[in-house]
Structures are given as C-alpha cells and as structure tokens.
Design a protein around this ligand. Structure first.
Ligand code: BES
Ligand code: MN
Ligand code: ZN
Length: 462
C-alpha cells in the first residue's frame, strides 16, 4: 500500500495562502495593508485561476501568499483551480485562508493534497513540495482517504506493464487488504478453469504471466456492494494486433482495476457500512501460438457462448466471467469500471466518465453527486433496441459487432447479459489525463470513483 496522502499536522508554523475569487478581489484589497494592496495592483493580480502573488516582510521573509480562484466562468471551465495557483510554491508549510465553504471548500482541500501527487517511482531524486494543513471546516479524514485512494489509482495506472503484471496487481490488492483487515483470494492460471472462469483464462493464456482472478472482501454488515474492475495489464489487441499508436498507452488498460482498488481504499478507510467485494480479472492480452483467435467460439462461466470477432474486444470477455460470479451471490449492487471502448472516448472525450445503470435512483444520485465532488460523469443508455447488434447467429453473443455503431453501448449491453439478479452500473472510463490540468498531472487518473463514493449513502440507503 502506498503511503497515505496527508495534510501537514497543524502544530507547524505555516504561511497563510489567501485564496480568493476574482469577484472578491476589490473587497479584499480594501481590507489589506496599503502596501500589500498596492503590490497586488502593481503586479496585476486579478484573482484569475492560477494567479499567485507572494508577500514578504521587511526582512524578506515570506509572510503571505495570495492565490486566485478565478471568475465564475473560469471555475466552470476548470476544476481544482486552486492547485494551479499553489503549484511551484516554495517548499514549506502553508495554511489556507478562504471564504469558500461546503463542497467548494472540500474541492479546494482535495486540490491542495492532489497538487502534491507525483509519480516518482522511477526518479532518483524527489522534489521538496509545499504542504498544507487541513483547512478549517473540512472533514480531514475524509479528504485524506479520498486523496490516498486517488493516488493509489494513479500509481497503479502509471506503473508500466513490465512492473505491473497480473501478479503485481494481485499484490497491490493484498497490500490494500492488509491495511484494512480485508480478505483476498487469488485464483491463478489453470485453476481458473477448475473454478469455471474460462473467459479469463482464455484471454490471458497467451501471456507468460498467468491470468488471475482477484477476489477481495471486507465488512460484515450493511448492503452488499460488489465492484468489478477490468485488469488488462497490457492490451496488445491479441492476434488482432493494435497498431503502434493505439497500443502506446495500453499499460493503462487496468485502469478499471486501479479505480476500484482506489475506491475500495476510500470505502474501507471511511468504514462505510457495506459488505464490500472487489473482483478483478487480471490478464495480459498478448500474442503467442496459443492465443485465442478470431472465429473461436468460447463458453463463458454463465453458459452463454461468445463468438470472437475481434481479439481486441477482450475486456468484455474477462469482465463477463467476473460479473457472472459477482451476480451469483445476488448483491445489492454491482458496479464495474473498465477502460472498455475507444467509442466512449469519441463520444465524451477524456474528461467525462460515461456510465450505464439499471437503477434509476443510483443514476440520478450519481449525476448529482458528480457535480458536488467535481468528478464529471454522464449517463448513456442500455438501449435495448441494440441488443440485436451483439447477436451473431451461431453463438449467443458476438464480442465485436460490425458496423461501428454505438460501440460503448453495445459493449455495455454485452456486460449486462452477465448480470441478472443484481442492479448494475457500468463505467466506461479513460483512466488517463492526456495533458496536465490542476491537481492532475499527465498520466493515470481516477474517474467516477469519487462521484460513486458520494452517491453511495443515498443510493444504497446507508
Ligand atoms: N482497451 C481497449 C479500449 C480502449 C482503447 C480504451 C483506447 C481506451 C483507449 C479495448 O480492449 C478495445 O480494444 N476495444 C475495442 C473494441 C472493438 C474491437 C470492438 C475498441 O474500442 O476499439
Ligand atoms: Mn482491446
Ligand atoms: Zn482493452
């Protein structure tokens, strides 16, 4: 388990960072010592997102920082804007002074922690970063649990496939379980066949590193919540090999697994009253003589047969067996996260996590929660009329419908076939921040987890 991401303890002497919205600036200037107000005016500080000005005393000591939170328009366009203003502050201890409150204050507090996220596993020297005490009025433990879970998700995605195989992913789950007193069972290699998880075995069998199913359980009371995460540690496409440009980022194809582990950390650290189960099919979609082939017809755990029309549509195969297993104990809700389709990216781009849900209450709650916690999601439909597109003829299901219509929806419909008993929600995430944004450096990123965390109490009646 990675070290927790924490606020500085408040017994340190810290420098105030006064964070203000652009529309507050004139009022604030009136209250400041005249030299400070003159300095902010002279340097062109407007309170725009990313604006920052340092104030020294006569001895040249840093005594105050002004940070811009932007205009209302800027804040609509950019979340976690405070992270931009504090990025690059001199190393040392700071505390926040602001009129923000409620959800806005929570977002700012999380921005302060995530602004300190670095993926430094492969760097010889670390950076000394500014650190903040917990802002007054925030639930410190909650923000820290969320930041730590998010950092775990990012670390797992950012770690390249040579160091993040099925085994390492299982080890990450075991380390997380040890932190929280959870239990993990791992089914590996040929044992997947004995336990009737044939699709996980088939997709993973061409790789040197054996496929696995990771099964984590925590909590003894409350509703049963099962999270399922796609753990394709690298997706070459298999025999339907991806071209180089499409393969380049495929270390992130375990982004769903990384997201559910990060979310599991949040749930367990906050001791939510749920019986949590996390299922991760962890496989490498590789090329070798025993790889599965286009045209193969495979038997799934549930009994449905699947005609393979593209070995690059592997995620829905490994998820199918995991979902069928999840469904067998009739949980109160199943949620899957998966970097499942390029079509989802085309539809909504990298910043929004599209989701599908059979549960109206959860869908509505989630959309609202997403706004509260600055974790954008958008609902797409399980459109029944497209079911015919995933039915090829000689098998029950087709893993890669021709025509290229509605790729994210047909993938979601495929998954839904394996869930009968439980209400079901599926996120088709990108899991990657393509260009640096506030609190999100380029690289792995969690999507949808914070929104779901926020929605759970209402959605599951906790
Ligand atoms: N992991 C990919 C989907 C993906 C690609 C997610 C790029 C994010 C960025 C998935 O396994 C895949 O290859 N899906 C195919 C399915 C198709 C063959 C039906 C796709 O989306 O092209
Ligand atoms: Mn693929
Ligand atoms: Zn994939």
């Amino acid at each position: 388990m990675r070290p927790p991401v924490k606020f500085l303890s408040s017994d340190h002497a810290t420098v105030p960072v006064q964070a203000l919205r652009a529309e507050e600036l004139e009022d604030v200037l009136d209250t400041l010592p005249s030299a400070q107000a003159a300095w902010l005016r002279a340097t062109g500080f407007t309170g725009a997102i990313g604006d920052r000005q340092l104030i020294s005393d006569d001895a040249g000591r840093l005594v105050r920082v002004f940070a811009g939170l932007g205009t209302p328009e800027q804040r609509r366009r950019k979340r976690f804007g405070l992270a931009e203003a504090v990025q690059g502050l001199p190393a040392g201890g700071y505390h926040l002074e602001t009129t923000l409150e409620g959800a806005d204050l929570d977002e700012a507090a999380l921005a302060l922690l995530l602004a300190g996220y670095r993926f430094d596993r492969y760097r010889a020297t670390g950076e000394d970063l500014p650190r903040f005490t917990a802002p007054a009025g925030v639930d410190r433990a909650r923000i820290e649990a969320i930041a730590t879970g998010e950092a775990l998700t990012r670390d797992l995605i950012n770690t390249p496939a040579n160091d993040m195989g099925p085994q390492e992913l299982a080890e990450a789950a075991i380390a997380l379980a040890q932190t929280h007193g959870a239990r993990v069972a791992v089914t590996e290699g040929e044992a997947l066949l004995e336990k009737n998880l044939p699709l996980i075995h088939t997709v993973g069998r061409a790789a040197r590193r054996a496929p696995r199913l990771i099964d984590l359980r925590w909590g003894a009371t409350g509703p049963k919540l099962t999270l399922v995460g796609k753990g394709v540690i690298f997706d070459t496409g298999g025999l339907n090999l991806k071209p180089g440009a499409s393969m380049a980022l495929m270390k992130k194809d375990m982004g769903g697994a990384a997201t559910v582990l990060g979310l599991a950390h949040m749930i367990m650290a906050l001791e939510m009253d749920v019986q949590l189960r996390v299922l991760i099919p962890a496989v490498e979609n590789a090329v070798a003589g025993d790889a599965f082939r286009p045209g193969d017809i495979l038997h799934s755990r549930k009994g449905l047969t699947v005609e393979i029309n593209n070995t690059d549509a592997e995620g829905r195969l490994v998820l199918a067996d995991a979902l069928a297993l999840a469904d067998e104990e009739n949980p109160d809700h199943i949620v899957s996260f998966a970097t499942l389709t390029g079509a989802a990216r085309v539809a909504v781009g990298p910043d929004i996590a599209p989701f599908f849900s059979t549960d109206e209450t959860l869908a509505t709650t989630l959309a609202q929660a997403a706004g509260e916690v600055a974790d954008p999601v958008w609902r797409l439909p399980f459109h029944d009329a497209y079911e015919a597109m995933i039915e090829p003829g000689i098998a029950d299901l087709d893993n890669a419908p021709k025509g290229g219509f509605a790729g994210a929806i047909t993938a979601a419909l495929f998954l839904r076939r394996f869930v009968e008993a439980a209400p079901y929600t599926h996120f088709d995430v990108y899991g990657w921040q393509p260009s640096p944004s506030p609190a999100r450096p380029k690289g792995g990123v969690g999507q949808g987890a914070r929104a779901l965390l926020q929605a759970l109490p209402k959605a599951l009646d906790l």
